[in-house]
Design a binder for this molecule. Structure first.
Ligand code: COA
Length: 317
């Protein structure tokens, strides 16, 4: 596959650390020092599906295609208002495409999982142009009285259009069933037959455990991919890492002995936007003219599961 168009959409509401201080026992200083975040963009009166459609339309336009040229849509999403139909079905109607659609949930790694799936579908010849969208509203999963989680997240949607080409150099996906350190459970409808005890509630996260696992797994994925591609760390133009915490990104940079100029970030402005974070940042770099044809870029993410996904691509647009 190769990427031929990108797009993104952010919610309008900007929530500063000072605004969080108004109702939480927290401080701008603590949040900046522990996470690198200053503001996050949070869904208020928008619908996630509208952000996903806006990002998709921009990506299709950037690719120079019509919506009817898209022959598959894959959307990475953890939650939205609908359990069914899938968000990709809603996006299809919103952009005016006429193709098969599927959602994937690989938590924050989902955008790279979806790109890898798109690559396989293009390789098999079953599709020509695929819209890959990552649309997330993690701010609807957290308890807004829990300072250890709610300050971390933001919402948004990023999209790319991929077509047949030589842009995917290598990829690596992993999953370990480690469900107790990060989860969100919701209550299903009762039935006359349910006798088991069921629980639901806002997102639970063991932050320290996730932090350690994230640094170790990202470092491992990146090392393996560099080796597979026969590249040195400094051969890459950018490392677009999942934007969960500036300190995680700095730890990976430190491990690779690279300065932070290789690691563009939006975590300070957008918070952790789950699987949308890598897609949002890719679009920002492209639209700011920071990507040149031939640049090699590594994308890497981790999330609940525990899942990880990473790939090295060549920018071919
Ligand atoms: N404001 C002020 N204090 C806070 C706070 C906040 N928003 N959130 C937590 N604290 C407090 C804790 O209660 C704790 O207080 P205590 O020592 O009195 O018990 C103290 O700060 C230290 O908490 P700790 O959890 O050890 O902090 P930390 O340095 O590990 O930072 C995270 C917490 C969540 C920022 C960090 O662990 C992290 O980013 N983890 C990874 C999360 C992640 O990537 N999630 C997404 C996965 S896709």
């Amino acid at each position: 596959m190769k990427i031929i168009g990108t797009g993104r959409a952010h919610p309008a509401k900007v929530v500063t650390n000072a605004m969080l201080e108004e109702f939480l026992d927290t401080s701008d200083e603590w949040i900046k020092e522990r996470t690198g975040m200053s503001v996050r963009k949070v869904i208020s009166d928008e619908k996630l599906e509208d952000l996903a459609i806006e990002a998709s339309i921009k990506a299709i336009e950037d690719a120079g295609l019509k919506a009817t040229d898209i022959d598959y849509i894959i959307c990475s999403n953890v939650v939205n208002e609908y359990v069914t139909p899938s968000l990709s079905c809603i996006i299809q109607g919103g952009v005016g495409a006429k193709c098969a659609c599927v959602d994937v949930n690989a938590a924050c790694s989902g955008f790279i999982y979806a790109l890898d799936m798109a690559d396989d579908r293009l390789k098999s010849g079953k599709a020509r142009n695929i819209l890959v969208v990552a649309a997330e509203e993690p701010t609807r999963m957290v308890d807004w009285s829990d300072r250890s989680t709610c300050v971390l997240f933001g919402d948004g949607a990023g999209a790319v259009v991929v077509t047949q080409g030589e842009g995917m150099i290598c990829s690596r996906l992993t999953t370990q069933s480690k469900t107790s350190c990060l989860y969100y459970k919701r209550m299903l409808e009762p039935t006359p037959y349910i006798t088991k005890e069921e629980t639901a509630g806002p997102m639970y996260m063991n932050g320290r455990e996730v932090f350690k696992t994230a640094v170790l797994s990202s470092a491992k994925d990146i090392t393996k991919l560099l080796k597979q591609a026969g590249l040195q760390p400094s051969d890459l133009k950018y490392y677009i890492l999942h934007q969960a915490n500036m300190r995680i990104i700095e730890a990976v940079a430190n491990y690779l002995k690279l300065d932070m100029s290789y690691f563009p970030t939006n975590v300070e402005r957008c918070g952790n936007t789950s699987s949308a974070s890598v897609a949002l940042l890719l679009d920002e770099l492209h639209r700011d003219g920071k990507l040149q044809r031939g640049d090699k870029i590594l994308m890497s993410a981790f999330g609940a599961g525990f899942t990880t996904a990473a790939c090295i691509i060549e920018w071919t647009k």
